[in-house]
Write a protein that binds this ligand. Structure first.
Ligand code: CO
Length: 295
């Protein structure tokens, strides 16, 4: 979910139903080969860098059955684990539709798959980002509850006109979150786990800051949309993440929040619990500009 999603008015395509659901596409053999190649590339990178829940989720859902997985089949597995399912939607859906699906434990997944030309970088989330990156985490019961709570929180944020702040929370947790496992940094964010570059960068590079997650702080923090992150926020456990958000009175928090982000992407502030202070050498060099992955 990127910022422009909040403002761009979307026209519902003619073939799409009221709830923006569409039929899963049929994929040809080249599409399936692209899925398999993307999968193989990520598996070179993920062991020892992705969190345990993600690796377990990949196993449980057997996402390397060959080619783009069938949403119906994954949903059956997923329903047994945590009651979630995967539904096909156009690449982008309006906020209220996105929240509506999450609040009902349905993960809206983009239907199309990237091409060889866009193998490393695509702007809009495709089926590989959405299914490989996001769905394994939904097999974790606590993370699954967090995602439902996030969907419900979305409606409240719309009432308070605070989608930008809530979007930053999504960004720094669901898309680019890190977790500590026995003292080691591991990635659980789908934006990290579905791309070729940020897996190593997020957990190993000296450049970015790693700071313990504080919800108020994160909601005031800007983020980089089309490049590697300058700061990652870290949780102790998914229970920790759930309690930090579920227990909060967001109405109160929103009343205090300024309309615009207060902190730059590289900022470190007095109240931060800093795990690793980054050198920011990557940001100081001007970043790469377009190493982006979809979210
Ligand atoms: Co995403």
């Amino acid at each position: 979910m990127s910022e422009d999603v909040y403002t761009a008015p979307l026209q519902r395509p003619a073939h799409v139903g009221e709830d923006w659901l569409e039929k899963q596409s049929t994929y040809d053999s080249e599409d399936d080969a692209i899925w398999n190649d993307l999968y193989a590339r990520q598996m070179e990178l993920l062991p020892g860098r992705a969190c345990t829940a993600f690796m377990r989720g990949l196993d449980k859902l057997n996402l390397d059955r060959g080619g783009v997985p069938d949403f119906g089949e994954i949903s059956e597995e997923l329903k047994q684990q945590t009651g979630w399912s995967v539904v096909a939607v156009p690449a982008l859906v309006p906020d209220h539709v996105f929240f509506y699906h999450l609040a009902n434990r349905r993960f809206p997944a983009g239907n199309f798959i990237r091409t060889r030309e866009t193998f490393d970088y695509i702007q809009e989330p495709d089926v590989f980002h959405d299914v490989f990156g996001h769905v394994p985490m939904l097999t974790d019961p606590v993370f699954a509850d967090y995602m439902e709570a996030y969907g419900k929180a979305g409606w409240r944020a719309m009432q308070y006109n605070r989608l930008k702040a809530l979007g930053a929370l999504y960004w720094y947790t669901v898309e680019f979150g890190l977790i500590l496992e026995e003292g080691d940094l591991r990635a659980y964010g789908a934006g990290i786990l579905s791309g070729p570059t940020e897996v190593r960068f997020s957990v190993e590079a000296k450049s970015p800051n790693r700071i313990m997650l504080d919800v108020d702080r994160v909601m005031r923090t800007d983020y980089v949309i089309s490049d590697l992150q300058n700061t990652y926020f870290v949780i102790e456990s998914f229970e920790d993440l759930f309690h930090k958000t579920e227990g909060r009175d967001f109405a109160k928090l929103y009343e205090r929040l300024p309309m615009h982000f207060t902190y730059a992407t590289t900022a470190v502030i007095d109240t931060d619990d800093v795990i690793q202070l980054g050198t920011q050498e990557y940001a100081l060099r001007g970043g790469r500009g377009s190493s982006a992955r979809p979210v």
